[in-house]
Design a protein around this ligand. Sequence first.
Ligand SMILES: Cc1ncc(C[n+]2csc(CCOP(=O)(O)OP(=O)(O)O)c2C)c(N)n1
Ligand SMILES: [Mg+2]
Length: 674
Amino acid sequence: MNDIKVLNHAADNIRILAAAAVEKAKSGHPGGAMGGADFINVLYSEYLTYDPKNPEWVGRDRFFLDPGHMAPMLYSQLCLAGKFTLDELAQLRQWGSPTTGHPEFEIARGIENTSGPLGQGHVFAIGAAIAAKFLAAHTGNPTFAKETIYAYISDGGIEEEISQGGARVASVLGLDNLVMFYDSNDIQLSTETKNVMNEDTAAKYRALGWEVIEINGNDAAQIRKAIEQAKAVKGKPALIIGKCIMGKGALKDDGSSYEANCKTHGAPLGGDAFKNTVKNLGGDPENPFQIFDDVKELYANRAKELEGICAERYAEEKAWAAANPEKAAQQADWFAGKAPKIDWSKVQQKANDATRSASAACLSALAEQVPNMICASADLSNSDKTDGFLKKTHDLTKDDFSGAFFQAGVAELTMACCCIGMALHGGVIPACGTFFVFSDYMKPAVRMAALMQLPVKFIWTHDAFRVGEDGPTHEPVEQEAQIRLMEKLQNHAGKNSVLVLRPAEAKETTVAWAMAMENTDTPTALIFSRQNINDLPEGNDYEGARKGAYIVAGSDENPDVVCVASGSEVSTLISGAELLRKDGVKVRVVSVPSEGLFRTQPVEYQQSVVPAGAKVFGMTAGLPVNLQGFLIGADPKSKIWGLNSFGFSAPYKVLDEKLGYTAENVYNQVKSML
Ligand SMILES: Cc1ncc(C[n+]2csc(CCOP(=O)(O)OP(=O)(O)O)c2C)c(N)n1
Ligand SMILES: [Mg+2]
């Protein structure tokens, strides 16, 4: 067992490094990092099981830092563990440096995730814990049952509403592989915590079914004991509430205490205060970027210890792999993130079906053919038709993770963050469904998935105002425009950050799902109709959807007008085209499941679908902006028929009539352009 004095010295070392990095950057958050140093040091020097030589090891423990602003603490810790150099730490927040502000994830460097948006990060950890349980049940590899997922949460994360959803899910699923540390330092960005929160957090989590352990979060012996206790808990998640001192060891320029002070939350300690603090913590203010000798030894010893621990775990894994060669090969593919092989010919679409039902047919095949897929719904499985998946499997439950359906309850952001956490864990393919209008509740998570290039599948049904009878609150109008903005935004790799697909009808839905499953490096959003939609004409080449937009079968050569739409509006255009043809108007109909994808095609292809100077008529059940890209370079008479307002309520056929989503209106609008 390590000497407590050495542990304290190491924690002081982390405090010095974190404060120094922020001081050098002239920006950042030293206070919380200094308070949490004792916990992270005990965790890394004695408990966190990972292979320093093989960061991708699937059976490793994982540490998720919810308050991303405490990145200086994690970077400093990872310096002690040899994952970053002191020079790299000294480049905190600088252009091109590996020590960014709020890092996302970089497994090679030991960063599973830090969440900038408070609250999401610990729910990513909950998702990872679900993935570990799922993999334990579905592979039988004993390593997954030995994983512990550690989450670190702060006052901000506890206050965020998502913590309610996360705590509920973790409890109901009995995630005893989850240990969460709450850095309860009574201070937040602009106030003391007592000004905004008077709950009894321990009682709250106990009421939610968690094991709660309360300690002094700056006492290494208490931290050690608490982690032991938390790891031993069976059948429920554990929360360690550590009372921590914000800015522990910090002194002001006059030498008085700078502890428990809001000002240390988000600014360098500054000048003499910094120097006094470093001295107080036993460092050299002139040369603060140092690792003490006894701390080096502590981590060298831990590295040796880990070698032994990993060797034992690898031996177990090897024995399992030898006995289960097929499963072992499959597991390797799962963690490589390969697109699964799927026989789509097994999907038989019914004629003129709603695309949500067509999606159910695809999900049914996926449940049978993709054994590492987890599908979720926020209590809408029979409406969003994720029940197509559910009917072929069963719910994940506390005592049984052999199923593959995650009932998230009515908590869309929680559900999305759990799915992100599953993807961060690796080895599984998560998908989640709800009504499109509630994508609003999920947008912050979609953004994180997009930023981190995680292939989560978002299934959104009831795609337009045609849910009218439910009332205006349930009618998406601006949602498609919002989510399509993410198609215009590129990720670090220079790819559209989200693939957004709104297929025109049932068979195109199959292709959309195939594209979603083949897309392994960004999230995919799938937007489906509630109502039935007429099939596209015989002979349609659905593979065109892979280019984002394509000419629908039955289109005329040398058209007078090019009509563009996505989703069910494509079939409205086809009906309108029939009327126009009676008048001798030549019409081309273009289905555009994704304009973002279309814009990545060679210009020649784009021009072959919508030639420059063409008269274009677009129809969208969302804001006109959804299709306005097609007006660029088009004949000036071109126009988009869309919705510019919301607030209607009626059966959908009446709304179609009233709002102009009819063949007759297509006819009238196009005629007025010619
Ligand atoms: C969703 C979200 N809202 C607001 C912020 C801005 N912010 C960063 S830290 C913080 C408060 C942090 O308080 P606490 O979590 O207690 O951290 P400590 O001050 O103890 O370091 C806020 C409001 C954020 N990062 N995420
Ligand atoms: Mg705090």
